[in-house]
Ligand binder design. Structure first.
Ligand SMILES: Cc1ncc(COP(=O)(O)O)c(C=O)c1O
Length: 415
């Protein structure tokens, strides 16, 4: 009864407008468009090429390891910054994959996905007037992450190549101009979502020079580190000379091991930064699911062949979807890494990305992400949509059949 009265009182307060109960921060961003497109895919029974999660099975050994961990009663809180054997496994993996030596006792914080690792890191290092540099188009979360952490984002454009098989590039002068005395950090996501760009060593060295000059950090989201094509090499920012001490490396199980629902990720940073990240993480979530951390140890022990096969399987999926997209009229940019294809939809004659994505999900039966959700100014992405190809080949074939319907309709009729 008291609860009901209280609820009424709150509603009355809200209605007469004497006090807003939603924070200014929460009103500065909308719900995730990516996750909304998944809901739309379910509503219209469309094929979900919007959200980046696999529709195929996770590796059998990992599922078994998770089941065993629960049966062995690893069901209580793990150490807040991560179970020791998982931190040891992460440190070992970083040394094998990137030649980086990290101290699992002081430099690793296990979080609820790399999503939490990113926001915990931003909250741990930024103050109200700090600026963070973000390349755009950007993974949707970074915008709200900046708002929630109170930092001011400064965006630097990634430009699509003139030849769709070419590289996305940024303008060096624009990047230089984005850095200033207030710059606390730059977020670098490589391999990149949504463009598929893999930052070169030279590009990372330029970013290093700017970080050193302006005494800024790099927060690198390397969640697609093993999903690379055509000989592309992933270089961890922490490996660039002079960056080990000023880099927070973010990664996780989601993409490499096809377990996006497990929510296990981590931030790796020098001890002083990790101390701050650990405190924020502790009070945000306490810790990631203990049995799934244990299964993560099994995942990180995967043999080298696992990573080769992962990349090869994704290359086959990319090469299955990309020609279809081009055939039906998309200008589809060839990704060098990650599992997305960014496209230009100019040839279809739609008013904007949202109306085109809506047509695709309702009438064609394929869900994609409107490009505007990857830009600070939505107009910049109004002629783009993103496809995710982390799907079974049968799903991609079905999507291709449906997308063929696009070719048949003349642009004027679609307006
Ligand atoms: C660049 C990038 N970072 C982070 C994430 C989320 O990762 P996690 O599942 O570890 O939270 C995604 C998911 O799509 C992503 O594309």
């Amino acid at each position: 009864m008291r609860t009901a009265v209280l609820r009424f009182a709150l509603m009355a307060h809200d209605r007469v407008g004497r006090k807003r109960f939603t924070s200014e921060k929460s009103e500065r961003f909308s719900e995730s468009v990516i996750r909304e497109m998944t809901r739309q895919a379910m509503l219209y029974d469309a094929i979900n090429l919007a959200q980046g999660f696999p529709d195929f099975a996770a590796p059998q050994e990992l599922k078994h390891a998770a089941q065993q961990a629960i049966a062995a009663d690893l069901n209580q809180y793990a150490i807040t910054w991560g179970a020791k054997n998982l931190r040891d496994a992460i440190a070992h993996r970083m040394s094998v994959a990137q030649g980086l030596q990290v101290d699992p006792e002081t430099e690793i914080t296990v979080c609820c996905g790399s999503t939490e690792a990113m926001i915990a890191s931003l909250m741990a290092v930024t103050n109200a007037r700090d600026e963070i540099v973000i390349f755009e188009p950007f993974y949707e979360n970074y915008g709200p992450d900046a708002i929630l952490s109170g930092a001011r984002p400064r965006f630097v454009k990634l430009h699509p190549p003139a030849d769709p098989d070419g590289e996305w590039t940024f303008d060096e002068q624009e990047l230089r101009a984005a850095f200033c005395g207030r710059t606390k950090a730059i977020i670098v996501n490589t391999p990149n979502n949504p463009t598929g760009k893999v930052f070169s060593r030279a590009e990372l060295e330029l970013i290093r020079d700017l970080c050193v000059k302006h005494n800024a950090l790099a927060i690198t989201d390397e969640i697609y580190e093993h999903i690379l094509y055509d000989g592309a090499e992933h270089v961890s920012m922490a490996r660039i000379e002079g960056m080990r001490e000023r880099t927070i490396t973010i990664n996780g199980l989601s993409k490499t091991y096809s377990v996006t629902g497990w929510r296990v990720g981590w931030a790796v940073a020098p001890a002083s930064l990790s101390g701050a990240i650990r405190k924020v993480h502790d009070f945000l979530t306490v810790g990631a699911a203990a049995p799934l951390q244990e299964a993560g140890v099994a995942a990180l022990a995967s043999p080298q062949g696992y990573y080769r096969r992962l990349a090869e399987d994704y290359r086959a999926r990319r090469d299955r979807l990309l020609p279809t997209l081009r055939e039906v009229g998309f200008r589809a940019f060839l990704p060098r890494g990650a599992y997305y294809i960014m496209t230009d939809i100019g040839s279809f004659g739609f008013a904007d990305d949202a109306s085109f994505a809506s047509h695709l999900v309702r009438d064609i039966g394929v869900a994609v992400v409107p490009g505007s959700s990857f830009y600070s100014n939505p107009a910049d992405g109004a002629h783009q949509v993103r496809f995710a190809f982390c799907k079974r080949s049968s799903t991609l074939d079905k999507a291709a059949t449906r997308l063929m319907k696009l070719r048949a309709a003349p642009p004027q009729a679609q307006g």
